[in-house]
Design a protein around this ligand. Sequence first.
Ligand SMILES: [Zn+2]
Length: 255
Amino acid sequence: MTDVHAHFAGEGYDVPAELARMRRAGVTRVILASDTLAHAREHARISAEEDGVFFAAGIHPSESNEYNGDTVSALKALCGRAGCVAVGEIGLDYHYPDTDKPRQWEAFRGQILLADMVGLPIQIHSRDAAADTLAVLREMRPHLGHGLLLHCYSYGKELLDDFLRLGAYVSFGGVLCFKNARRAVESCVACPEERLLTETDSPYLSPFRGQKNAPANIPVVVARMAEIRGIDAEELAARTDENADRLFPGLRGER
Ligand SMILES: [Zn+2]
């Protein structure tokens, strides 16, 4: 099993203990997604020391004020490190009222170009910004050739086809276990099996509300996903692992 999106840096984890717990749960791989350059560096360090730990280097839309020529150069260097399997998380987040949208667009477009240049897929964070995310992706389509992931997909199934047509993979996590998760459940059921991935978004969105999430919870996500899609959990785990290998060749040591 694979956790394609989790955060360790700055979250107070006992990393070796957390990874031991993850492996005991049968989760063999985790991709640590980064929101800032400092956290990307921390994830690169953990990845270099630990088997099965990979990372994505990128600046989160809510941290777009740190996006500039220097940080792009530093991210580019990190993308060349072993263990870096994606650029991310990048995207648009309009949740907060003081959002500097043009700055987010600039950072999103710039990091899509970076991913294309270094030959890596992107991990996309999109919150309350579906229309603009689609607009940027359509405009940047010639640069999406290395693949894209919509992480923690939160929009309705009506929009799913628009993202799938752009070649997107879609990952779901603990939200599927929430009582009010109708939208995510419907989208998860509607997603073609060959585009489906599993994530925790640790430390957020634990399937056990109020608890700190961890990659060791991936079997809970897999079981719930299998239940709502009406298939065998082991079968689903195998399929989503294959999908992860296809989208992130770096997981197999290939770039
Ligand atoms: Zn995240």
